[in-house]
Design a protein around this ligand. Structure first.
Ligand code: TYM
Length: 343
C-alpha cells in the first residue's frame, strides 16, 4: 500500500487512539473499561489500537513471555470484534516515532508532574526494587502515543484519567510555546465498567498483575473457572442485592451482570429482590461465563493463526508509521532540529 492509498483510507472522521500493555493475560476489566468501547467506536472514527509493549518493560518482563503475550493481545483484540479492516492495529515498538516524540515531550515535562501520578506511586510501592526512570516517565510516553496521531478521543478505563490530563497539558504547552501542533485529546470513559473491582477485595481495581488469580476473571478463563471464581468471591454484609457505595462487592457483581446481560440496573435489582447472595452469585457466574465464552473460543482460533496475526501487524505498522512520521517531522522542525538533506 502506498502512502497516498493509506492517506485515502484515513478519511476526515475524528481520530481515536488507545492501547493495552501486553504484560499479562487480559481480564474482564480490559474488556469493560476499554475493548467494549473500542469496538463500539470503530465504525465512526479513525481508530488506532496498539499493543503498548514499550510501556510494559517499565516492569521486568520475561522476553519470551512478552513476545508471546504480544500476539495473545492481538488475538484478543480480534476476538472482541476489533476489525483490522476498519482500524489500524499495531505494536507500539514497530513505530519508532513513539520513542522519538516521547524524548521531545520529556523536555517539556516537570519532574513534579510525573511524581504526583497515582499509578507511579502505586507501582513504585509494588516494585520498590525497580523504580526505574521509565516507570517515572511512562505517562509522557503515553502522551506521545496519543499526540502522534492527533487523537480527538481516547477510550480508557477510569485509572487512565490522570495520564490523559497530562497529555492535554503537554499538548497545550507545546502549542503555546511554538504554534498549533497537537490536537487536545479528550478521554472517553464508559459510564458502566470503567473500574471493575477485584473479586476477593472489591475495594481494589481488578488488575492482571495481581498475584492472586482468584481476584481476576481472565478472558482466557473457561466457563467452569469463571463460575467458580464468582461463586467464591467476597460479598458484603447484609442480604440485599443493591447497587450502593457501601456494598462494593455486590455492586461489582451487579455491574458484571449488567455488562453480561445488558439488563438495566433497576431490572437487575427487581429480578433478585429477596434472593440470597449465593443464588445471585450463581446467576452472575453463569451470565459472565456465557458472555466471555464466545470471545475465548474466537481468541483460541485467532491465536493459532500466527501468519494472519503477523500480516495484520505488518500492515498496521506501515499505516501507523505513515501518520506518526508526519507529526514527528512537524515537531522536529518546530523545535529546530536540522533536517537531513536527501541526495
Ligand atoms: P492497561 O494496560 O493497564 O489497561 C488497558 C486498558 O484497560 C483498562 N482497564 C480497566 N478498566 C476497568 N476496570 C479494570 N479493572 C481495568 N483494568 C484495566 C485501562 O483503564 C486501560 O484503558 N497506560 C495504559 C496503556 C496505554 C494507553 C496509551 C492507553 C499506553 N499508551 C495511550 C491509552 C492511550 C495502561 O497501562 O493500560
Amino acid at each position: 500500500m502506498t502512502n497516498t492509498e493509506i492517506s485515502n483510507t484515513i478519511t476526515n472522521k475524528k481520530t481515536i487512539l488507545s492501547g493495552i500493555q501486553p504484560s499479562g493475560k487480559l481480564t474482564i476489566g480490559h474488556l469493560c473499561g476499554a475493548l467494549d468501547s473500542w469496538v463500539k467506536l470503530q465504525n465512526d472514527y479513525n481508530c488506532f489500537y496498539m499493543i503498548a509493549d514499550l510501556h510494559s518493560i517499565t516492569v521486568r518482563q520475561n522476553p519470551a513471555s512478552l513476545r508471546s503475550q504480544t500476539l495473545d493481545t492481538v488475538a484478543i483484540y480480534l476476538a472482541c470484534g476489533i476489525s483490522p479492516e476498519n482500524c489500524t492495529l499495531f505494536v507500539q515498538s514497530h513505530v519508532p516515532e513513539h520513542s522519538q516524540l516521547a524524548w521531545v515531550l520529556n523536555c517539556f515535562t516537570g519532574m513534579g508532574e510525573c511524581s504526583k501520578m497515582t499509578q507511579f506511586k502505586d507501582k513504585a510501592k509494588s516494585h520498590s526494587d525497580n523504580i526505574n526512570v521509565g516507570l517515572f516517565a511512562y505517562p509522557i510516553l503515553q502522551a506521545a502515543d496519543i499526540l502522534l496521531y492527533q487523537a480527538d478521543l481516547v477510550p480508557v478505563g477510569e485509572d487512565q484519567k490522570q495520564h490523559l490530563e497530562l497529555s492535554r497539558n503537554l499538548a497545550q504547552r507545546f502549542n503555546h510555546y511554538y504554534s498549533d501542533t497537537f490536537k487536545l485529546p479528550e478521554p472517553y470513559i464508559p459510564k458502566v465498567g470503567a473500574r471493575i473491582m477485584s473479586l476477593q477485595d472489591p475495594t481494589k481495581k481488578m488488575s492482571k498483575s495481581d498475584p492472586n488469580e482468584k481476584n481476576i476473571i481472565f478472558i482466557e478463563d473457561t466457563k467452569e473457572q469463571i463460575i467458580n471464581k464468582i461463586k467464591r468471591c467476597v460479598t458484603d454484609s447484609g442480604t440485599e442485592i443493591k447497587l450502593s457505595p457501601d456494598k462494593p462487592g455486590i455492586s461489582n457483581l451487579i455491574t458484571l451482570y449488567n455488562i453480561a446481560t445488558k439488563k438495566s440496573f433497576d431490572n437487575i435489582e427487581k429480578e433478585f429482590y429477596g434472593i440470597g447472595y449465593g443464588d445471585f452469585k450463581e446467576a452472575v457466574g453463569l451470565a459472565v461465563a456465557d458472555y466471555i465464552d464466545p470471545i475465548r473460543t474466537k481468541y483460541l482460533e485467532y491465536r493459532n493463526n500466527k501468519k494472519m496475526l503477523n500480516e495484520i501487524l505488518s500492515y498496521g505498522a506501515e499505516k501507523a508509521h505513515s501518520i506518526a512520521m508526519k507529526t514527528l517531522r512537524k515537531v522536529y522542525k518546530k523545535v529546530g532540529f536540522y533536517p537531513l538533506e536527501h541526495k
